[in-house]
Design a protein around this ligand. Structure first.
Ligand code: NAD
Length: 327
């Protein structure tokens, strides 16, 4: 049984803790650290976490841990990861690794090979993205020619009560200087890299209309895969006519067929017929956290590389950073 110390008790940790719970006897969160007594006590009570601490340093000093799970705001990731590294503990750190690419590179250089570090980049672990990857690996649509991924929501349009659903869900989004791309679409950049291999950024346009948040509310990226497929990522959180939920719409057009993900429907379209799968998106959302954590534990056990090791994740961050520079 691996003993985990969780740093942070905010919104996302309900999903981490559900994931740990789903993994049963293999792993236990033995301590949680957060400066907010209300937040850490609530998580400890709900998930039966034996001990709580006001900060990571106190937790690391007092606990015998096998690994540390970092789920604090991005500007604190580096400091907490370095504390864990100084104790020689493996780290699973939420995305984005740091607020900027240079800060992420500095963190990775500082950790070097002292401890194992995996980025908690969970989109690619959604079961339907794994399914799409299997179809691609099996050559079911042949060589991808083009792909487009769109995330259109009305989450930053006022609802009937004048509230912004995306900010009600995750209040910290309102204060992020880099919002949509660094917080949300970074997942999609990573998922596209996972599916289609290395991507080069050709162009980007970012924009902001929502006066009630600091950062951008839309972003459009034009990319190209190593074998020449055009790859477009299009995100807008003020899209009239779309629901507040984030629903991915992905189409990959191959030489022998098309893969289409539209909200809860996944399709493989080929000249000899269409395969369709109905998805349980809520279950898959939960599964993505569980499977990210399981991957972390599996790779700690067998010593093999993490899929989302720093070197891989920095490639995602390079695209994101460059998009901010040119967009
Ligand atoms: N992978 C995903 O799908 C996903 C989804 C949501 C959030 N996230 C990421 O998770 C991280 C946290 O997001 P959140 O939604 O839980 O934010 P949040 O604002 O709800 O919670 C952050 C918590 O961290 C605590 N905190 C702040 N500084 C701390 C420190 N130094 N040590 C310990 N605790 C500290 C705060 O008191 C708060 O309870 C961010 O990096 C965010 O990008 C990832």
């Amino acid at each position: 049984m691996k003993r985990i110390g969780l740093v942070g008790a905010g919104w996302v940790t309900q999903h981490h803790l559900d994931g740990y719970r789903a993994l049963g006897d293999r792993v236990q969160v033995v301590a949680i650290a957060d400066p907010s007594p209300a937040a850490r006590d609530a998580r400890a009570a709900e998930y039966g976490i034996p001990r709580t601490y006001p900060d990571a340093a106190a937790m690391l000093a007092a606990e015998e841990l096998d690994a540390v799970d970092v789920a604090v705001p991005r500007e604190h990731h580096a400091a907490v990861c370095l504390l864990a590294a100084d104790r020689g503990l493996p780290i699973l750190c939420q995305k984005p690794l740091a607020p900027t690419l240079p800060e992420a590179e500095a963190l990775v250089a500082c950790i070097d090979d002292r401890v194992r570090l995996m980025v908690h980049e969970n989109w690619r672990f959604r079961p339907h993205y794994r399914h799409i990857r299997r179809w691609l690996d099996e050559g079911r649509i042949g060589r991808p020619r083009q792909a487009q991924l769109a995330i259109l929501t009305s989450g930053l349009l006022p609802d009937a009560d004048g509230r912004l659903p995306a900010v009600v869900r995750q209040p910290f989004m309102a204060d992020l200087e880099r919002m949509l791309l660094m917080e949300v679409l970074i997942h999609h950049v990573d998922a596209l890299r996972f599916l289609l291999g290395p991507l080069a950024l050709l162009g980007a346009t970012l924009g902001k209309s929502c006066a009630r948040i600091r950062g951008e509310d839309r972003a459009s990226l034009a990319m190209r895969s190593a074998d020449g497929a055009a790859v477009t990522l299009f995100g807008d959180f003020m899209a009239h006519g779309h629901p507040p939920q984030q629903l991915d719409r992905l189409e990959i057009y191959g030489e022998a067929g098309t893969i289409r993900l539209a909200a809860a429907r996944l399709e493989l379209v080929r000249p000899d017929g269409t395969e369709t799968a109905a998805l349980d998106l809520d279950a898959n959302y939960k599964a993505s956290y569980r499977d990210t954590i399981a991957h972390f534990l599996d790779r700690l056990d067998d010593g093999a590389p993490f899929e989302t090791a720093p070197a891989d994740n920095l490639e995602t961050l390079r695209i994101v950073e460059r998009a901010y520079a040119i967009g």
